[in-house]
Design a protein around this ligand. Structure first.
Ligand code: ATP
Ligand code: MG
Length: 453
């Protein structure tokens, strides 16, 4: 089988006397008819012994594993990861910390340290020849993921359990029986994997449908995580939802399946929030015997879980707020003023909140008529009235309040108070008026005795 290789890569290979092989996702995708992924290459020499044609340089090197990221000064589209053939020995457990790495080995031994047969196909660029030690091409044609030696593959790196699910989801491939049985039996090895590695795989699963356009790939990925018993080693609070029975009438599915269906219906950027939206339910039931206020427990749990998984602070905060407010105005009966203030205070997430609530409804799977989601309607009202939609749009700021004698947290509180007033009465949002309002109330607060305007 001949594989079309970019011309620059052919030249790169030709410059080296030792064979250079394409390997990994790129080869898998070309054979499987999927769009190309990032370029991984391999060969016998250590990076230092490679001949780099003009313009090429090592952008990063990882000495211990011997890998190097290669780029080209003149072409920003060129980037590839080079990994010299190696064998690895692992400590017991799934932590993926090799006790030894040995280089200068043969192709078959290099293939043995890789995860799945479909990822262990080599293409010798110069000789235009495929080398397929474990029958990966046949597996691609059958569209299945298989480990050549499943017990060894999973026991040396627990993350491979998640890679199995993630790549199966992205590609739409099935999972071979012995591989899946072994994965399930070894689920606990995921406990040894670092939070950041798990986080990155989870994020890829949540967006799995967007990579190669496999419909509902993200939903299938989540179902596989559940089926394989992996979820409890990623987000235990989420796994717990699997044992909450559906409450009568409102839901058709258990809380975990409902969560997955909500994720399925949510746009890609909102899927983390969708995944977390009901995470407080088990805690609510434990404390009160009911699911009421689950969004309050949910916010707290979301902040803790996402911090443990090392998400960036901004992502944590936004996701936690979406979780906190996803039940707001559920019956469309909040009074108008309260609603205006709520929407103005949360203007930055109001579109996402609307999308999340809509996904939540789809996730319930019932045809029960639901009251309208009113955030958009109130947002439009605010825009039409010229109300400020962030504290920054107020015609008074912290420095002004400081000059009026406010200190510390008083400043934030006062700004919030003035903001709410301006939301309800946008005409108040003038510098002079606000200074007067702030000053007047300041004197009152200090009890100086002066009354009136
Ligand atoms: P993608 O399309 O996501 O890039 P990929 O299969 O190329 O998929 P990479 O993370 O780029 O994945 O890794 C390249 C190759 O390195 C894999 O195909 C696999 O052969 C090997 N590999 C990567 N991570 C592991 C791992 N944790 N255990 C074993 N082999 C791995
Ligand atoms: Mg790759």
């Amino acid at each position: 089988m001949e594989i079309r290789v970019p011309e620059w890569l052919e030249k790169f290979a030709a410059a080296n006397s030792s064979p250079i092989y394409l390997v990994g996702g790129w080869v898998r995708n070309v054979i499987g008819g999927l769009s190309p992924s990032d370029i991984d290459i391999a060969g016998r020499p250590l990076p230092d012994a490679l001949t780099l044609p003009r313009g090429y340089f090592f952008a990063t090197t990882y000495r211990r594993m011997g890998t190097a990221l290669i780029k080209n000064r003149y072409r920003s589209d060129i980037e590839m990861e080079y990994t010299p053939f190696r064998t690895e020995k692992y400590a017991p457990g799934g932590g993926h910390t090799p006790v030894s790495v040995k280089f200068d080995t043969d192709l078959e031994s290099d293939a043995e340290r890789r995860d799945f047969t479909v990822n262990s196909i080599y293409y010798d660029i110069k000789r235009r020849k495929l080398i397929d030690p474990f029958g990966g091409v046949a597996d691609i044609n059958k569209r299945i993921m298989r480990a050549h030696d499943p017990e060894r593959v999973f026991s040396s790196d627990g993350l491979r359990l998640m890679r199995l699910v993630r790549i199966a989801a992205e590609t739409g491939f099935g999972i071979e029986r012995v591989t899946s049985e072994t994965a399930m039996r070894n689920a606990a090895l995921l406990a040894d994997v670092t939070a950041t590695r798990k986080r990155d795989e989870l994020l890829k699963i949540l967006k799995a449908d967007t990579l190669y356009g496999v419909e509902d790939a993200h939903y299938r990925g989540l179902r596989l995580l559940r089926e394989y018993g992996l979820l409890r080693y990623i987000i235990p609070e989420l796994a717990e939802l699997g044992s909450l029975a559906p409450p009568n009438g409102h839901h058709k599915y258990d809380a975990l399946e409902h969560t997955f269906r909500t994720v399925r219906a949510a746009p890609p950027e909102l899927r983390l929030a969708a995944l977390m939206h009901d995470i407080g339910k088990a805690e609510a039931v434990r404390r009160t015997g009911r699911m009421k206020d689950h969004e309050i427990y949910g916010e707290e749990i979301t902040r803790r879980v996402l911090t443990e998984l090392r998400f960036p602070a901004k992502v944590i905060d936004k996701t936690a707020r979406l979780v906190r407010w996803h039940m707001y105005d559920r019956n469309a009966d909040t009074r108008s003023g309260k609603m205006l203030v709520f929407v103005a205070r949360n203007a930055d997430i109001i579109e996402d909140l609307t999308a999340l609530v809509n996904a939540d409804r789809v996730g319930k799977g019932t045809d029960e008529p639901a009251p309208p989601v009113r955030f958009g309607e109130f947002y439009d009202k605010l825009v039409r009235s010229g109300a400020p939609l962030s504290i920054g749009k107020l015609k008074i700021n912290g420095a002004d309040l400081l000059s009026l004698g406010y200190e510390g947290t008083e400043i934030k509180d006062k700004l919030g108070e003035l903001f709410d007033m301006c939301v309800l009465t946008p005409e108040l949002n003038k510098h002079k008026k606000l200074m007067k309002l702030a000053a007047k109330q300041e004197t009152n607060a200090r009890g100086s005795g002066r009354q009136g305007a």
